[in-house]
Each structure stands twice: as structure tokens, then as C-alpha cells.
Design a protein around this ligand. Structure first.
Ligand SMILES: Nc1nc2c(ncn2[C@@H]2O[C@H](COP(=O)(O)OP(=O)(O)OP(=O)(O)O)[C@@H](O)[C@H]2O)c(=O)[nH]1
Ligand SMILES: [Mg+2]
Length: 302
């Protein structure tokens, strides 16, 4: 399957939102002691917001790769190793599982208190540690916040010393969360990046035609040589192109438009949904960067 995605222009949807949300985020970050950024375990760096850590200055920061259950376990391990070597530990989790998230508040409190100590602050912190959960749309922020905050929801309310529109949700362990939707917009690098964000359901589905998302997904599967059960779509093996694939799916599922033409759009929606729901298997779309191989001219002389 050919890689020719650059022939499509970017949808150009982000800049306005990015600016407004960026300003709001800067305000929110000035109120918290630390930030937690949620990224997608299937593409951890391509779903990061490059500006968050810069805005945070010297405050503690935790990177959580969410939706671990949908990512390849081997790839998650490779990412853990890579990030550890870079001095930015990454924690993988499925935020829908309570067992995965219950230890987080105590860890966040410790991170903030340790950072104060490292700065030489000796005054005890007499208030709860304040944390914001940030990340791109649909990444699982509310899922995590609700898991952590459920029991204390009723107590939510404005507190003195905090702007009235900002509310704090106490979550126990001496931690409270800033109740602001910590939505970040990723900086879209190129068309392939935009399609990846679309595939991961981070961009609004109305922005990108499903056939294009399906073509990109099929191309990624082929590029990475990821085996999937093509037989389930009525194919003998890897399809030669996206049209063959979508027509096979439409035939197999009897997706036919009035007049008898195959409904390839519906086939594309099905294929993309199967990926998003994990029915194609646990698939990672972005691997950690490889160390640059030395070119022959740079190779050490024997
Ligand atoms: N498979 C899987 N799904 C998850 C996980 N965490 C959240 N989800 C699902 O992802 C979807 C989005 O979750 P939300 O918590 O609404 O995401 P959000 O970041 O608050 O989204 P916005 O408010 O739109 O920015 C929901 O369908 C969740 O059930 C996870 O770890 N694994
Ligand atoms: Mg939300």
C-alpha cells in the first residue's frame, strides 16, 4: 500500500482552539503544584503536548500512557525503557481499572513534597497538594478523575484564595484535583500525524473522511507488518490496497447502498472502529525513536 498521504492538506482545525486553550491552561497551571499528562499508550509522544512541560517550569510532572490495554505489550516495554533512559519515566495504565489508579494520589503527594524538600523549603505544607490532569481530547481524563474523586464529589466547592471559577475536588491522601477540563491540543506536524490522531479518536470524526482513516490504518498495519485476521474481512491475506480491503469488508458484511453499490464508507467506519475497540488486537502506532545509526563516514575507523 502506497504512502501518499501528504497529497492531502491538513484540515487546519486546531490553531484557534489551541491558542484559547493554551492561555487557559497556562492560568490553570499557575494554580497547581504538579501536572499529570495523559497520553495514548498506542502513540505516546505523538499524543503529547510539547508545550506543557515548558509552561510548568520547575513543578513536578508525571507522564501517564493511558489505554495500555489497547497497546502492544512489547511496545509498552520498549517505551518504558526509552523514557527511563531519557530521564522521563512513563507510567502505563488502563484508567478504567480502579486497581491501576488508587495508588496515584499518594504518589503525587510524595512527588510534590519531595520537590519542595529538594528546593530547600522547610515550611510544612498545610494544605492539600494540588494537581491537574491534562491531556488531549478523549484520552481518559474524566475517567481517571471520576475514579479518583467519586466518593468526595459532594464536597466540591470554591475555596478561599482560589479564583471562583476554579474548583478543587478532594480525592483523599491530602490531594485535590483542579476541576478544569485540562484539555490540550497536540501540535499537528503533518498529514500522517493528523490521521494518526484521527484514528485514535482524538480529532473529531467529522474532520477526516473514514475512507482516508481506513487507508492510513491499513498502510500502518502493512508498514509495521502487524498480523491481523484478514480472513474475518473475507480476505485471503494482506489486501493489496485500501479499495480492495473496503470492498471486501462491504461484501462480507453486506453493506450495500440503495441501488446496489457497495457501501465502502460504512466498511471504513467498521474497520476503524474495530481498531479503536481493540478488535484487531493490541496495536501500537508509534515506537520509540531509534538511536541514530552512524553513517559510513562517521563509523569509527578499524
Ligand atoms: N480501553 C480503554 N479505554 C479507556 C481508558 N480510559 C478511558 N477510556 C475510554 O476513553 C473514552 C474517553 O474517556 P474520557 O474519560 O471521557 O476522556 P477525556 O479525556 O475526559 O475526554 P474529553 O473530556 O473529551 O477531553 C471513554 O470511552 C472511556 O471509557 C483506558 O485506559 N482503556
Ligand atoms: Mg472529559
Amino acid at each position: 500500500m502506497e504512502d501518499d498521504f501528504e497529497r492531502y492538506a491538513l484540515t487546519g482545525w486546531f490553531p484557534g482552539h489551541m491558542f484559547k486553550a493554551g492561555k487557559k491552561m497556562e492560568e490553570a497551571l499557575s494554580l497547581v503544584d504538579m501536572a499529570v499528562e495523559l497520553v495514548d499508550a498506542r502513540a505516546p509522544f505523538l499524543t503529547r503536548n510539547p508545550n506543557l512541560r515548558r509552561i510548568l517550569a520547575n513543578k513536578p510532572f508525571q507522564l501517564i500512557a493511558n489505554k495500555q490495554d489497547l497497546a502492544s505489550p512489547a511496545a509498552c516495554n520498549a517505551w518504558k525503557q526509552y523514557c527511563m533512559e531519557k530521564g522521563l519515566p512513563i507510567h502505563f495504565q488502563d484508567s478504567r481499572r480502579m486497581a491501576n489508579v488508587k495508588a496515584l494520589p499518594a504518589l503525587w503527594r510524595k512527588m510534590v513534597l519531595d520537590a519542595r524538600q529538594a528546593k530547600g523549603v522547610t515550611r510544612p505544607l498545610l494544605r492539600p497538594v494540588r494537581v491537574i490532569i491534562a491531556g488531549v481530547p478523549n484520552i481518559g481524563k474524566s475517567t481517571l478523575v471520576n475514579h479518583l474523586g467519586d466518593r468526595n464529589r459532594a464536597q466540591v466547592g470554591p475555596k478561599p484564595g482560589v479564583t471562583r471559577s476554579n474548583q478543587w475536588i478532594p480525592i483523599g491522601n491530602g490531594v485535590e484535583l483542579l476541576d478544569t477540563p485540562g484539555i490540550l491540543w497536540p501540535k499537528i506536524r503533518n498529514k500522517k500525524h493528523e490521521l494518526l490522531l484521527g484514528l485514535l479518536n482524538i480529532l473529531n470524526d467529522e474532520l477526516l473522511p473514514p475512507e482516508l482513516l481506513a487507508e492510513y490504518l491499513a498502510w500502518e498495519l502493512e508498514r509495521q507488518n502487524i498480523p491481523i485476521n484478514w480472513g474475518g474481512y473475507g480476505l485471503d491475506g494482506v489486501p493489496s490496497d485500501a479499495t480492495t480491503l473496503l470492498e471486501a469488508i462491504a461484501k462480507k458484511r453486506s453493506f450495500v447502498k440503495p441501488g446496489g453499490k457497495l457501501d465502502v464508507e460504512r466498511a471504513a467506519i467498521t474497520f476503524v472502529k474495530d481498531f479503536r475497540d481493540g478488535r484487531l488486537g493490541r496495536i501500537t502506532l508509534e515506537m520509540p525513536p531509534q538511536p541514530k545509526e552512524s553513517s559510513p563516514s562517521e563509523a569509527p575507523k578499524q
